[in-house]
Design a protein around this ligand. Structure first.
Ligand SMILES: Cc1cc2nc3c(=O)[nH]c(=O)nc-3n(C[C@H](O)[C@H](O)[C@H](O)COP(=O)(O)OP(=O)(O)OC[C@H]3O[C@@H](n4cnc5c(N)ncnc54)[C@H](O)[C@@H]3O)c2cc1C
Ligand code: SF4
Length: 561
């Protein structure tokens, strides 16, 4: 009878964190099996990058498995058939899950910011939340490696708590972005070139961006970062990666000594239960799913869930705060037709620029900007009735579209939430998914820290839009309306759920993202995060994953794992 193989490592999930784990560990000589709940994604065949909007049979409308439109690169969404999650009474939370090789990185926004030194020591600065067990200097070498490996553009600015990186040249701002910059300069809001993981020079066998602006559809030329385009192929080329798609991990299994023995999973093609054996298990199924796997892996050794002697699994989850305001800017209308294309995303943004000592909320936020022209999509401009002449028929309608197209600008704030005791996930006692796996129940609460921050965002955006000559499209939201704060999960930056920290009594993972209770169990997604920052998290997820994998490789070379 043939023995099933024992892999050196089983990685669960192939998104940002799992892609790095598969890449770094195979390169370090490990035989890795990668379990991915979704199906394969072929970067060339499956991307709609080169399609015209009019080629969409649904005029760009969403489908059940592509809620951001049928040309969008992400298979998954807020709701997935047969894979529910529940909300405690009073909770407003939505959970975006990708189901494909590459996870959410196939259509993410590519904003790639390093956390700064202050972001690792929040509690020491203002007494809120907790400090990380590591500091910026611990992670900096891995950010540098990541910059070189994956590539991003940006500019070195020397700003406080906003570390520079190893950047490719950024694209120039477009006309509408220069108008934004003028207003920002006037109000002393720092406005600098974006930092996006899009390459503007060749890198290895990857071509530079050709500025089609369709990144969310998945890039056929691998000019932006996706795990499936940039990390999985070189991992495969080592000959040491076994990729199992449509493999939904159910739980981590144990040896008699309480170490992980592998992962049991549902083969979604056949509906059967299967198992892979591995000497090391790395969870990277996305922050909340990693918490779910731990909580569902109950045993006599770990009755509260695997590696959960602290009771912290599922706790300290956060999302980025967010709110948006847009306006029609009359001075941008009636421009001579010109090419407004660029990368898929803004060429400028505004990092946090203020001192909290003078504000009524802790931490900060950054501002993402949107507007301008580019290839019009179906439903573009949000309806001509919202513009001064209000629409018409035939030639008049066309003339109005030409006049007003590209004359809208908007701002989105993205800020730091402080973890709180009322925001967590747990296993729902009565609901299971289509394979009988217990699902997560979410509890979510914003506090005044977040609400005051979002109020400040709204006020700032309105000041800037007025400076540009625009009238905000919506009235200032009231306190009762939460100042327009997006619901938990909606910004899709969930972090935490298996927090890292030195004390095993209050943390799931140690400073190497290794479980305190189970020495051959690690996490490389957003689950180990102690806090958010005023930056998007994925560059830090990946740098931290590189650091964790370097540690795993080190322990393997010393035969300690
Ligand atoms: C529209 C959008 C825009 C975004 N923009 C930005 C941005 O500009 N900058 C930024 O920093 N972040 C951005 N993000 C967030 C970013 O995508 C995530 O932070 C990042 O992908 C998280 O990486 P991950 O590896 O934890 O999870 P994912 O990338 O989601 O990967 C998790 C993988 O695990 C698989 N999986 C889940 N459960 C199981 C299971 N039980 N068994 C096996 N496999 C499983 C999933 O199918 C998925 O492939 C954006 C997200 C979205 C959706
Ligand atoms: S804008 Fe650049 S990176 Fe984005 S899809 Fe087009 S070529 Fe690729």
């Amino acid at each position: 009878m043939s023995q099933r193989p024992i892999y050196d490592v089983c990685v669960v999930g192939s998104g940002a964190g799992g892609g790095i784990a598969a890449y770094a560990l195979t390169k370090a000589g490990a035989n890795v099996v990668l379990l991915e709940a979704g199906r394969n994604w072929d970067v060339i065949k499956d991307s709609a990058m080169l399609k015209w909007p009019y080629q969409s049979p649904r005029r760009g409308a969403s489908t059940r498995e592509r809620p951001f439109g049928e040309f969008d690169g992400c298979i998954g969404g807020w709701e997935i058939d047969g894979e529910p999650y529940t909300r405690a009474p009073g909770t407003n939370f939505s959970w975006w899950r990708a189901r494909q090789v590459g996870g959410r990185t196939v259509h993410w926004g590519r904003i790639s910011l390093r956390f700064g030194p202050d972001d690792f020591r929040g509690k020491s600065r203002d007494g809120l939340g907790d400090d990380w067990p590591i500091g910026y200097d611990d992670i900096k070498p891995y950010y540098d490696d990541l910059d070189r490996l994956v590539g991003l553009f940006g500019s070195n600015e020397g700003l406080p708590n906003h570390p520079d990186g190893i950047f490719m040249p950024p694209p120039k701002p477009r006309c509408w972005e220069l108008v934004v910059k003028q207003a920002a300069d006037k109000h002393k809001v720092t406005c600098i070139p974006s930092r996006l993981s899009i390459i503007t020079k060749p890198l290895g066998n990857r071509a530079p961006c050709h500025y089609c602006g369709q990144c969310n559809r998945g890039c056929m030329t691998n000019s932006n970062f996706s795990s499936v385009g940039v990390l999985i192929p070189p991992a495969m080329a080592t000959g040491r990666l076994t990729l199992l798609t449509e493999a939904m991990a159910r739980e981590v299994t144990l040896n008699k000594d309480g170490t992980a023995s592998g992962v049991s999973y549902v083969n979604k093609r056949t509906g059967t239960d299967e198992h892979v054996r591995a000497r090391i298990v790395v969870l990277a199924a996305s922050a909340c799913e990693t918490a779910r796997l731990l909580l569902n892996s109950k045993s006599s050794q770990f009755p509260q869930g695997l590696a959960n002697s602290s009771g912290a699994a599922g706790k300290y989850i956060t999302d980025t705060t967010g709110t948006d305001v847009g306006a029609f800017i009359p001075k941008l209308m009636d421009r001579p037709p010109h090419n407004d294309d660029g990368v898929g995303g803004a060429h400028l943004y505004m990092p946090w620029w203020l001192d909290n000592a003078k504000l009524d909320f802790p931490r900060g936020y950054h501002i993402e900007i949107w507007g301008g022209g580019g290839v019009p999509s179906a439903g573009f401009m949000g309806g001509i009735q919202n513009y001064p002449e209000g629409g018409g028929y035939g030639a008049e309608l066309k003339q109005q579209y030409r006049k007003y197209y590209g004359a809208s600008v908007g701002f989105s704030g993205r800020g730091e939430m402080i973890p709180n005791d009322d925001t967590y996930c747990e296993i729902d006692p009565s609901v299971v998914d289509r394979w009988g796996i217990p699902v997560l129940r979410f509890h979510w609460k914003w506090t005044d820290h977040e609400l005051n921050q979002v109020k400040h965002m709204q006020e700032t955006f309105r000041t800037l839009l007025k400076e540009m000559g625009g009238e905000p499209r919506s009235p200032m939201p009231t306190k009762e309306q939460g100042y327009g704060i997006a619901a938990g999960g909606v910004i899709i930056h969930e972090l935490g759920g298996a927090r890292m920290g030195k004390d095993p009594k209050t943390n799931v993972l140690n400073e190497w993202c290794q479980a305190h209770d189970v020495k051959n169990l690690f996490a490389t997604d957003g689950a180990p995060f102690v806090s958010q920052a005023d930056k998007n998290p994925t560059w830090t997820i990946m740098a931290l994953a590189m650091r964790t994998c370097a540690h795993i490789a080190d322990l393997r070379s010393k035969r300690e794992l």
